[in-house]
Design a protein around this ligand. Structure first.
Ligand code: HEC
Length: 218
């Protein structure tokens, strides 16, 4: 399994390890290693599923970074089509990952471009605020809210990189398709290193692991 974890960014791995420890202290014997004695409360979601959620979000993030950097250094003016091939497909892929696994996967941003991505509840607002104040925190788990029912939420930060500025830089420099299609756009004036938003994964309790790390292609 070690080789599968290698592509993870170091920070994410640290987040996985430390956050998983929090939840997994109640894991049954034979689950992922947790040195702490069993806590009274049982984690509502299997450790393998928690780990899968982390990996899926790392891959989703790499998809966006890869798409965005493919626009860099192009000599020709990007066409409408190439411009669209960055964050919209990430949203589509997020929904597909959710469907495949029985999770809800969203992108959330305080300064959003697509209004569907506005924070939906108090917990999302609090976590965004925490990511904003604490740049060293890459991801975290939270118990599901009462409206969601039993389960856990995984949140993973999204930072602004140089390749994002083509579309999330100054207001005036946004591509025409953004100005035309997103009249209430708030997702501009970012700088490299800023918090752009987060991935939010809700994992309901009911499910069994629908796959293990081994089944996740790299
Ligand atoms: C080619 C233009 C383009 C580039 C480059 C781009 N984005 Fe976006 N971004 C968009 C558009 C358009 C949307 C709205 C998509 C939709 O309707 O769901 C968006 C939406 C998002 C969202 C979802 C939240 C929201 O505001 O709706 C996040 C998060 C995001 N972008 C992050 C990034 C990051 C991080 C990068 C750089 C790695 C990046 N974007 C690069 C155009 C771009």
């Amino acid at each position: 399994m070690d080789h599968l974890l290698l592509p993870l960014r170091r920070l994410a791995l640290t987040a996985l390890a430390s956050l998983a420890m929090l939840l997994l202290t109640a894991a049954p014997p034979g689950g992922l290693a947790a040195a702490t004695p069993a806590a009274p409360a049982q984690s509502p979601v299997e450790p393998a599923v928690l780990a899968k959620a982390v990996l899926e979000m790392e891959q989703l993030d790499r998809l966006r970074v890869g798409l965005a950097s493919s626009l860099e250094g192009r000599s020709e003016e990007p066409t409408l089509q190439t411009m669209k091939e960055v964050c919209k497909p990430v949203g589509t892929k997020a929904a597909a990952i959710g469907k495949e696994n029985g999770w809800q996967v969203r992108q959330v941003a305080a300064k959003y471009r697509n209004p569907d991505h506005a924070p939906a509840n108090a917990q999302e607002r609090e976590v965004i605020d925490l990511f904003h104040r604490q740049p060293a925190i890459t991801g975290l788990w939270q118990p599901a809210s009462a409206e969601q029912g039993a389960g856990v939420n995984y949140y993973r930060r999204i930072n602004v990189e140089p390749s994002c500025l083509a579309c999330h830089g100054t207001k005036a420099n946004r591509p025409a398709f953004v100005k035309d299609n997103y009249p209430d756009d708030k997702a501009f004036d970012f700088q490299v290193g800023d918090l752009r938003g987060m991935y939010a994964v809700f994992i309901p309790e009911v499910q069994q692991a629908r796959g293990t790390l081994q089944e996740t292609p790299g």
